[in-house]
Design a protein around this ligand. Structure first.
Ligand code: MN
Length: 197
């Protein structure tokens, strides 16, 4: 059984950039749903093994990837946001950003533009790719499609409509611009330091 991770700040802590109602629904209803469904899927897999009945195995493996990835990405997302306080990339992360993107501004521009054009329901991610020893930006469809295997997500932005529609309606660029105010770089720096070990 997996359990919900606690939200590291109060529901209104990200206002005005990310409003209480959106975060409430996002955390308490949608994220909870992914946790519950991951647990249900794992139970079903356990029963299938007990009974030796793998009739629904294709569906169950897909569900595990979808719901489980939904859990992981939402936890990263909630943790890589925080109250609008001045945080910034660590020296080592900034050096890597400059090496791989040319400058912080170019990184931010690519991340923003890539977020804008995530198709339908998906995510935009800054990842560390150990195999390439390189930072990359990836789009992900749903929660689990399109990845570089083994990559370590460092900073993720939820581009599903449920993540912004209540507050920003169809204005995706405004939501993305607001996001930059509540990025918790301390958490991103922590993940980067572990990822490059
Ligand atoms: Mn979401």
């Amino acid at each position: 059984m997996i359990k919900m991770k606690e939200l590291p700040y109060p529901l209104d802590a990200l206002e005005p950039y990310y409003d209480r109602q959106t975060l409430d629904i996002h955390y308490n209803t949608l994220y909870k749903g992914y946790v519950d469904n991951t647990n249900k899927t794992q139970e079903k897999l356990s029963k299938a093994r007990e009974k030796g009945n793998f009739e629904n195995i294709k569906c169950l493996e897909k569900d595990l990837s979808f719901f489980g990835s939904g859990v992981i990405l939402h936890e990263l997302f909630f943790e890589n946001m925080g109250p609008a306080l001045p945080t910034s990339p660590s020296t080592s992360l900034m050096e890597q950003i400059i090496k791989d993107f040319g400058s912080y501004e170019k990184f931010k521009e690519q991340f923003t533009e890539s977020s804008k054009v995530v198709e339908a329901s998906g995510w935009n991610l800054l990842v560390w790719v150990p195999e390439f020893k390189k930072l990359e930006i990836l789009q992900c469809e749903k929660h689990q499609n399109l990845t570089l295997w083994g990559c370590k997500p460092l900073l993720v932005l939820d581009m599903w409509e449920h993540s912004y529609f209540l507050q920003y309606k169809t204005k995706r660029p405004e939501y993305i611009n607001a996001f930059w105010n509540i990025v918790n770089w301390n958490e991103v720096n922590r993940r980067f330091a572990i990822a490059i070990l």
